[in-house]
Design a protein around this ligand. Structure first.
Ligand SMILES: *Cc1c(COP(=O)(O)O)cnc(C)c1O
Length: 378
């Protein structure tokens, strides 16, 4: 991230603030597109663009040439359609019974995950006399969505449904892409390839963010990165190759002093070891700053930053407020009305995920509506 946040970007009423660096997002997109240069690079913008704001994110990526977008739900797809009248929009969760007309009215593409969904989409297409596009999802070993072995057999035994609708994408999803050395990855890739060989030629897609890094054999015709666009680490067992995109800032409401032996916050969970200067920040778990980021006498918690200086968390995270130790930060760096960076370049979304016993995906998608949002660059 290298677009600085200037105070004029920040509304005077903001307490928690999410800053999304659209230039960093674009650099991440270009990196992924370069890694999978022989394939189309789509973008997954489900869950409100992993919490960053689907609309600005998708429009920024569209302006860089991204043509295909994936969301999870029909509502997300309808919202995205108003922003992107021309894009191909796939709905990953699949076809809810009787919802085919709503999909076709907005030119949305369901990701069909079983034979009932396939039959319903085919019938809708026959009834309306239009051969509409949809993806067919095959389960290669994750046991979540997608055609299981019996569904795959039934489809292959009678491919006439493809006379009714256009299978614009055949896809599957990796269960263990975040651990590249896991043999499950190659197993799923091989199963997918063997299924594709039995079908008439169609565009195929397997790779999420992690899959993009697994190399050419995993790219097929289209890759579907999500988390890596937003700067989260696609791997759980190696360093993050992506650039941070999101910062969470919290407004300093009060600067206080307490003595060694005093306690901080709910439950008096933390007893101060030294005389302490602290900053009370107006962001808490209702802003998406997880309660599990707090500290106690037994364990350290999250660290915030101000001007490059570390401010360790003190005690529990409350709903609306969190306290940080600024004893070691020179006077004047942290002031009432200023901001601490709770998540960003130094304490990253991945660090927050690890510290909270979660992962970057959940941290990002939990950033709440109460936070103000600003977009930098783009
Ligand atoms: C969420 C999702 C993706 C994107 O995954 P990332 O790990 O965020 O890159 C791709 N494909 C499917 C089916 C998904 O559900």
């Amino acid at each position: 991230m290298n677009v600085p946040i200037s105070e004029k970007d920040i509304p005077s009423s903001a307490t928690g603030l999410i800053a999304t660096d659209l230039n960093a997002l674009l650099r991440n997109y270009e990196k992924l597109r370069g890694l999978a240069a022989a394939a189309e690079c789509a973008a997954v913008v489900k869950a409100n663009g992993y919490g960053t704001g689907a609309s600005p994110v998708a429009q920024t990526l569209a302006s860089a040439g991204c043509r295909t977008f994936f969301v999870a739900t029909p509502d997300e797809a309808l919202a995205l359609r108003t922003d992107l009248p021309e894009a191909d929009i796939y709905v990953l969760d699949g076809l809810i019974p009787d919802s085919a007309p709503a999909f076709s009215d907005a030119d949305l593409r369901p990701v069909l995950g079983d034979m009932d969904e396939i039959a319903e989409w085919a019938e809708h297409c026959r009834n309306t006399g239009q051969k509409r596009p949809a993806a067919v999802h095959v389960d290669t070993g994750m046991n979540r969505l997608g055609l299981k072995a019996d569904g795959q057999h039934r489809l292959l035994a009678d491919l006439s449904v493809f006379d009714a609708f256009d299978p614009s994408l055949i896809m599957t999803h990796l269960a263990c892409g975040d651990t590249p050395d896991n043999p499950k990855n190659e197993d799923q890739r091989a199963r997918f390839e063997s299924f594709l060989r039995k079908l008439p030629p169609a565009r195929a897609s397997l790779a999420n963010s992690a899959g993009v890094f697994l190399g050419g054999p995993y790219h097929f015709d289209l890759v579907r990165p999500g988390i890596a666009l937003y700067g989260g680490n696609p791997f759980s067992d190696r360093p993050n190759p992506m650039e941070p995109v999101v910062r969470l800032l919290g407004r300093v409401m009060q600067i206080g002093k307490a003595r060694a032996g005093d306690v901080v916050g709910y439950g008096a969970a933390l007893r101060l070891q030294r005389d302490t200067r602290y900053a009370t920040v107006a962001a808490g778990y209702a802003d998406g700053y997880f309660r599990s980021l707090g500290s106690s006498d037994d364990h350290a918690g999250a660290v915030a930053y101000a001007g490059g200086y570390a401010a360790p968390i003190l005690g529990r995270v409350s709903m609306d407020l969190t306290v940080f130790d600024i004893t070691d930060i020179p006077d004047g760096v942290v002031r009432r009305g200023g901001f601490l960076e709770l998540i960003g370049d130094r304490f990253t979304v991945d660090d927050a995920g690890a510290c909270a016993g979660s992962m970057a995906y959940e941290i990002l998608t939990s950033l709440s509506r109460r936070c103000h949002r600003v977009y930098l660059g783009g």
